[in-house]
Design a protein around this ligand. Structure first.
Ligand SMILES: NC(=O)c1ccc[n+]([C@@H]2O[C@H](COP(=O)([O-])OP(=O)(O)OC[C@H]3O[C@@H](n4cnc5c(N)ncnc54)[C@H](O)[C@@H]3O)[C@@H](O)[C@H]2O)c1
Length: 359
């Protein structure tokens, strides 16, 4: 039995990940730490509450004493870190909490993890020292021995975003070597947290991996995000707001495909590596709204009008990135990941889930 600490699991992606992970790995007990901000909802985890391998703790990742207590009490042997302030619009209005949670919170968590694992009286300390001094060597000649040793140590998996790479023109894709150029307070805070994680691997030899994913969609997403907003407003007969000209492009990833990618990287990714996870489903915001309205016209039709008549263009978001597109070749070729859903199949599942929620 191993205890793994998961943060931010009452939110969208974490709450899809927990039931999937609990069922797949009977050897893990999952300790869930979440502050239950406006974005966290324990109803999202209802299906797990009776599982003896699921434990929920309400608390802040910035609270060092609490995080230390959890590591000691549960002898944590791995971390998957989802917790964040995640909504770009909120980061424009109130950037401070994004720096606090995303930067300071990630620092607190990884620093406690490192010190806890370093202090263990068994092999971790020597192994960390060895991998830290060998870190440069590891990069230059890909020292197999060190890499294998390091992979055996407790792992810290940081969940991040493609938004750290900034914006693209009409062509090209973000790869793992695209330079960071974050444009919003949200993406700047995530970029900072990625750098902290990187530094703990480079400096101390901590067994880290980072995944940067594109826009997720699927069940349990907070009402404030684009796809739930479109569905909710359409069903209520309210105008459906679209920023600017609606031609901003995002790559869309079905949330369960993301969870499977995280699982794969957590278990088989190489120490210190970054993996991009993307659905190869680029769509303009207008295409997204159009598709959802078409499906709603089929599933819950109005006699005399289409949901498309509710579309309303509103003033563009400040600093709105034009296009994101992820190249997931590394994850596909090195670890064998494939997305099971394309946008057309994933969006039907998503709409069906929201129709039940709002019925
Ligand atoms: N949703 C996406 O499309 C997307 C895309 C790329 C990356 N990500 C990243 O994935 C992760 C999860 O995203 P999400 O969409 O599930 O976010 P979310 O906003 O739905 O959930 C975030 C969760 O973190 C918790 N939380 C916030 N501050 C906390 C704190 N200080 N201490 C403990 N818990 C705290 C909230 O209560 C909530 O349950 C985030 O790191 C985000 O940056 C998300």
């Amino acid at each position: 039995m191993q205890n793994i600490l998961l943060t931010g699991t009452a939110g969208f992606i974490g709450s899809n990940f927990v039931p999937y992970f609990l069922e797949k790995y009977p050897e893990y007990t999952l300790i869930n730490l979440d502050l239950l901000t406006y974005a966290g909802n324990l109803d999202n985890l209802q299906e797990c509450v009776n599982n003896p391998r699921y434990k929920f703790i309400k608390g802040d990742i910035c609270n060092r004493e609490l995080v230390e207590f959890i590591f000691n009490e549960y002898n944590i042997e791995g971390v998957i870190h989802f917790a964040a302030e995640s909504h770009v619009d909120n980061s424009i209005k109130n950037p401070g909490v994004f720096v606090q949670t995303n930067v300071n919170g990630t620092f607190t968590l990884i620093d406690v993890a490192y010190k806890h694992w370093m202090d263990k009286p068994f092999h971790y300390k020597d192994s960390y020292a060895e991998t830290a001094t060998a870190s440069t060597k590891l990069r230059s000649d890909n020292d197999r021995h060190c890499e294998e040793r390091s992979n055996l140590l407790p792992r810290f998996h940081h969940i991040s975003t493609d938004e750290v790479y900034g914006t693209l023109g009409e062509k090209g894709f973000f790869t793992e070597s695209t330079p960071y150029a974050p444009n919003s307070p949200y993406s700047a805070s995530k970029a900072s947290s990625d750098m902290i994680v990187r530094a703990y691997q480079e400096t101390y030899g901590l067994n880290t991996v980072i995944t940067n994913c594109s826009n997720n969609y699927g069940p349990k997403q907070h009402d404030e995000k684009l796809i739930p907003t479109i569905i909710r407003k359409a069903l209520a007969g309210d105008s459906i707001p679209i920023y600017g000209d609606g031609k901003n492009i995002r790559d869309w990833l079905y949330v369960l495909d993301h969870c499977k990618g995280i699982d794969l990287v957590y278990h088989t990714g190489k120490t210190g590596e970054v993996y991009n996870i993307g659905g190869r489903n680029e769509r303009t915001n207008l295409q997204i709204v159009d598709k959802i309205c078409t499906l709603l016209d089929e599933k819950v039709p109005h006699a005399d009008k289409s949901y498309k008549e509710l579309i309303t263009f509103v003033q563009d978001r400040a600093g709105h990135d034009r296009r994101y597109a992820i190249d997931a070749t590394k994850l596909e070729n090195e670890l064998g990941w494939r997305a099971d859903e394309n946008f057309d199949t994933g969006i039907i599942k998503t709409i069906e889930w929201y129709l039940k929620k709002y019925e």
